[in-house]
Write a protein that binds this ligand. Structure first.
Ligand code: FES
Length: 158
């Protein structure tokens, strides 16, 4: 049986920020390209700040733990700061927000956190699109292909 550390188990058993946000400024949904697990993310954004973040997921324990951590971490953050840096830096930083908090993740589950980052970027892109800020929306969208490398991790161990 797959061994998960206590931190992951704890977020899985008691996930933070589960639910929907009505009329969310940012919203995204993803089917994990590796396994098909689904996550939806809702963002309440006021004056460029993430005021609230919630998620719903039909996913594995690591996906639920990832969404629990990421929603905690982005609350109170400026959207522009979340996207600052080179494409590589931004994606790495967002994935590290999850993975540094969760600790060791079994190799065959390393494709789970990237999907949570992808759904965040999709939600941010949607938010900027609604705001008529197409440049910022494109910026968020151009980060998404950078995630593909992270989905490949651990595959050779499956
Ligand atoms: Fe599908 Fe974790 S997201 S196994």
């Amino acid at each position: 049986m797959l061994e998960l550390n206590e931190k992951i188990k704890d977020h899985f058993r008691n996930p933070h920020n589960v639910g929907e946000i009505e009329n969310a400024e940012g919203m995204g949904a993803i089917n994990n390209p590796v396994c098909g697990d689904t996550t939806k993310l809702y963002l309440r954004i006021k004056d460029g700040l993430v005021e609230d973040a919630k998620f719903l997921s039909f996913g594995c324990a690591v996906t639920i733990a990832s969404a629990s951590v990421l929603t905690d971490k982005i609350k109170g953050k400026e959207i522009s700061k979340l996207l600052s840096g080179t494409d590589e830096e931004v994606v790495k930083r967002l994935i590290s927000l999850i993975e540094n908090e969760l600790g060791e993740i079994p190799p065959i589950k390393l494709h789970c956190p990237p999907a949570t980052v992808q759904v965040l970027l999709e939600s941010i892109a949607g938010y900027f699109e609604k705001e008529g800020k197409s440049e910022m929306s494109s910026r968020a969208k151009t980060l998404i292909p950078q995630i593909s490398e992270y989905y490949k991790r651990g595959r050779e161990e499956e």
